[in-house]
Structure formats: C-alpha cells, structure tokens
Design a protein around this ligand. Structure first.
Ligand code: C5P
Length: 229
C-alpha cells in the first residue's frame, strides 16, 4: 500500500483528450487516477490501457463495482486486472462466495477492494431494499465479510473510517471519497472531510475529483493537498 499514491483523482469526463491532458499533469505530481463506469463505457479496456501507456507510472483505480454471480464476476475481474490497474472493486453485497471467486481470479499485481454500501443509500432507501439494521452496522458487517473473503480493503465514506478500522485492523485498505481540502467548494458532496483528517482517522487512500480537476493548475492543486498531509 505504501508505494501506491495516497490520492486518486476521479477523472469523470467523457472527453478522452481532456482525460489525457489532466493525467499528464497530475501523475507527475504524485497522484493516481480513478476511472469509473462513465469512462469505461465510453472508451473500454483500450481507453484504460492508453491512460496507463501515455504517462508511465500511472496508478489506476478502476471503479467498476462488479456485482453478479461468482463465475461472471471472476471472469470480469480476470480480464480487468490483466490491464495492469492497481485497484479494482466489487460490491460486498454480492456475497462471500462472489468475493472469494473474484479474489482468486484477480492478477497478483492488482488489489481488490469492495464497496460496502453506496453512500447515496440513506435510512429510507435502506428500508425500501429490505435492510433492517442501522446503516453503520451494515457497513461494518460488509467490511468484515470483505476481509473474510481475503480482499484487500473497502471503499467507504470518511465517517465510516474509524468503525471499519477498529473492526478490520491495520492491514486493510480504506479508499475514501467525499474529501475536500479546507476552503474548497463541496459541490454535491453532503458530508465531507479534509485530506489530513481522513488520513488521521485511518484512511489509506483518498478519492478527490473536482478540487483537482477544476483547479486552474491541477498539478499545483495536488501538490498543495500533499503539503497539508
Ligand atoms: O469531485 P469529487 O471529489 O466529489 O469526486 C468524487 C468521486 O468519488 C466521484 O467519481 C464519485 O462518483 C465518487 N464517489 C463518491 N462517493 C461515493 C463513492 C464514489 O463521491 N460514496
């Protein structure tokens, strides 16, 4: 974990030239790159490969959140991990067997993490989809299941870091979005935390998008964040 970047910048754009331009600026500044399903569905595996080849040393978190039967997820993870990405993810609610199958098929150079519960799911939505427990209990339960399946960590909100760290111990990656440097705009993020506070609470990696991608000088924005840590 230690040689991977602390910050993964969310490149949420359907414009591949813009993505390449951003990556060429932020990777040399010490930042990794998170590519999600918007990028993947537009540009596919070839697009991911181009991002890795364009700027040598680019560390990618491919955020595709697989959730299907074990055999299908295992096949998807096998294919995606051979692209040479650093991180890949599945939904923990796919279950223990699904996560074990995913881990077995994951290339050794790729770390596999799980989404516990989407942060867009509030108590009302959780009730609608049949979850009875409190959301925090559910998140911790899914994080422990992820660990039992042998995965490397979870994606979680900043406000879940302490509980998951306490339940899963020190050797578990916590990839945390919803991060805002002090003084920057929160945008549509409702509950944010600063980079320093999230790392102090136990996060291992931070996902930060717009405070970097919308900055006049994205490389300087990365440097400014790293300077606060
Ligand atoms: O621009 P911003 O820093 O808000 O981007 C955060 C990124 O992390 C986006 O790609 C968003 O989809 C993702 N994300 C999130 N909250 C989650 C899970 C993922 O903001 N709970």
């Amino acid at each position: 974990m230690t040689n991977l970047p602390k910050i993964y910048c969310a490149i949420d754009t359907p414009d591949i030239a813009h993505a390449k331009n951003l990556i060429s600026q932020i990777v040399p500044a010490g930042c990794g790159v998170k590519l999600g399903m918007e990028f993947f569905n537009a540009f596919g595996p070839q697009g991911v490969k181009e991002m890795i080849e364009d700027v040598p040393g680019t560390s990618i978190f491919l955020d595709l959140k697989y959730h299907d039967i074990p055999n299908t997820v295992a096949g998807a993870v096998r294919a995606a991990s051979t692209l040479g990405v650093s991180y890949l993810n599945v939904h923990a609610s796919g279950g223990l067997e699904m996560m074990k199958a995913a881990k077995e098929s994951c290339a050794p150079g790729t770390k596999l993490i799980a989404v516990t519960l989407l942060t867009s799911i509030d108590e009302a939505e959780a009730t609608r989809i049949g979850y009875q427990d409190g959301l925090k209990d559910r998140v911790v339960q899914l994080a422990k299941l992820t660990q039992e399946a042998g995965l490397d960590g979870v994606v979680c909100s900043a406000h879940e870091i302490a509980d998951i760290r306490a339940a899963c111990g020190p050797d578990f990656a916590l990839m945390v979005p919803g991060i805002r440097p002090a003084g920057s705009e929160t945008g549509d993020q409702k509950r944010v935390m600063t980079p320093k506070d999230a790392l102090t609470a136990g996060a291992t990696h931070l996902v930060i998008g717009r405070p970097i991608t919308k900055a006049d000088n994205p490389a300087q924005a990365v440097q400014d964040i790293l300077d606060t840590l």
